[in-house]
Design a binder for this molecule. Structure first.
Ligand code: FES
Length: 100
């Protein structure tokens, strides 16, 4: 995904962590936007292991579900299109508890 840059004024970007990599997001953008701006653009996997992407962008379908933790708080599952990106936010597209 490419952000529109010409003729747009945004606040200074913040860094969020997605699957261990630093990704820049602007205040006011959602976790879903940050994931789309990342290199992988993938959200969760379905039961067959195929990657899923966001669909409705309004909190209805849950296709954008990821795990998120603010700072050292515990991981919780969130719908990425409903949660704003914040500094110190960590995002995982896989269950952090099941990582090797
Ligand atoms: S994209 Fe459907 S709930 Fe987020």
């Amino acid at each position: 995904m490419r952000r529109i840059e010409q003729g747009v004024t945004r606040p200074e970007p913040i860094a969020v962590e997605i699957d261990g990599a630093s990704v820049m997001a602007h205040p006011g953008e959602t976790v879903a936007v940050a994931v789309l701006a990342s290199a992988s653009r993938r959200f969760r996997d379905d039961r067959s292991g195929a990657p899923r992407g966001m669909f409705c962008n309004m909190g209805t379908c849950s296709e954008c579900t990821v795990w998120a933790a603010l700072g050292t708080s515990p991981w919780r599952r969130v719908r990425g299109c409903l949660v704003l990106a914040e500094p110190t936010l960590r995002i995982s597209t896989r269950d952090p508890e099941s990582r090797p």
